[in-house]
Design a protein around this ligand. Structure first.
Ligand code: FAD
Length: 341
């Protein structure tokens, strides 16, 4: 259950865990929970920035519907710890090694070492600079980049949203703008119309739609505004509109749907030797049904493998990665037992 602790060697040998989980969001903590319940020694290293942190609530989450994202993480940490998982704050900067020889994980523990609830992180008194692991779970998520329009970032996760299933209900019936950032805007505009009959597409720098697409949008009352969006306006902690080049006065809006550019931690992915692929939403690490990557001994879960996955799917990924990885270790333990001493 416990990692092999350092004894008398100088300098001290790094602690060895069955599994190091990189990233302690929905996916990583679910993997840690599964592995802790399988009596594996687990260290979760988490930089502390889950993707949905700016949002007031996490939705479509049966049993925890609407819970604040940080409360969900705090509960997940408590649950994983209750089965022996160690959790520490830090950023993994490099991973070397192989499944045969084990992995060495380097981390930068400079980040403030406090838990989500503001209390000192109790699991590890001093985060080591390196730890060893028999297996790795990469659950480092993805980062959203918004168009650099003044005022947009300030409303992100509140009334500037990216996913109608996550927050469409919260902005239902409102004056909604669809800020076009890629050809996906057409899909987004049609989708958000389900939640409001007051939808305006802000084309910004995207090309105008075909006559056929324009007719389809207009048939359900969706307006199309051309011109660069100069600024997002807000007052009293609410979005109030946008300034658009060529239009006199602000265009009143109460919410904006925007497609973000999503990116994964490329330096870490490269250090692990992982393959990546790309889809219209961004780069991701492909995995098989067991959540195994192309690198033996390295599993991956959550948004780093599927940038569009919501919380419930990311949790399911983490559970599957934990279970498959545990079986991998079970087989290895039997193989070692067969080797004569
Ligand atoms: C504004 C917003 C609102 C959302 N609302 C919803 C919603 O209502 N319902 C829903 O189902 N989904 C929602 N989502 C999607 C949801 O955020 C993701 O599905 C979920 O966060 C994915 O979980 P994850 O564990 O893969 O990644 P994350 O939750 O992002 O966790 C990854 C963790 O890894 C850490 N990390 C990154 N790199 C390193 C490193 N090198 N070393 C150590 N740690 C590292 C990060 O800091 C982070 O803490 C929303 C997304 C956004 C952007």
């Amino acid at each position: 259950m416990s990692p092999s602790m350092t004894t008398t060697s100088t300098p001290a040998a790094p602690e060895t865990y069955d599994v190091v989980v990189i990233g302690g969001g929905a996916a990583g903590l679910s993997a840690a929970l599964t592995l802790g319940r399988a009596l594996r020694s687990v260290l979760v290293i988490d930089a502390g920035h889950p993707r949905n942190a700016p949002a007031a609530g996490a939705h479509n989450l049966l049993g925890n519907e609407g819970i604040t994202p940080l409360e969900l993480i705090a509960r997940g940490q408590d649950e994983a710890r209750s089965y022996g998982a160690h959790i520490t704050t830090g950023t993994v900067t490099d991973v070397t090694g192989t499944v045969e020889d084990g992995f060495t994980v380097s981390l930068d523990a400079e980040a403030p070492r406090t838990s989500r609830r503001g209390a000192p992180t109790p699991a590890l008194a001093e985060a080591p600079a390196t730890v060893r692991a028999r297996r790795i779970v990469l659950a480092s998520g993805a980062v959203d980049t918004l168009p650099p329009i003044p005022g947009l970032l300030e409303r992100w996760g509140k009334d500037v949203i990216h996913c109608p299933y996550c927050h469409g209900y919260e902005v239902r019936g409102q004056q909604i703008g669809v800020l076009a950032t890629s050809p996906m805007w057409l899909h987004q505009a049609k989708l958000i119309r389900q939640w409001s009959d007051d939808v305006t597409v802000l084309l910004d720098s995207q090309p105008a739609p075909s006559a056929e697409d324009r007719a389809a949008l207009e048939s359900r009352g969706i307006r199309i505004v051309e011109g660069t969006v100069g600024r997002v306006l807000s007052a009293d902690d609410r979005l109030t509109g946008v300034e658009v080049a060529g239009i006199d006065g602000p265009l009143p809006l109460e919410a904006i749907l925007v497609g973000t550019q999503m990116s994964i931690d490329s330096a870490l992915v490269t250090s692990l030797g992982l393959h990546t692929e790309e889809n219209p939403m961004g780069e991701f690490v492909p995995v098989d049904m067991r959540k195994a990557t192309n690198v033996p001994g390295v599993f991956a879960a959550g948004n780093v493998t599927s940038v569009g996955s919501m919380v419930a799917a990311s949790m399911a990924d983490g559970v599957m990665a934990g279970a498959a990885l545990n079986m991998d270790l079970v087989e290895e333990d039997f193989a070692h037992a067969l080797i004569p001493a």
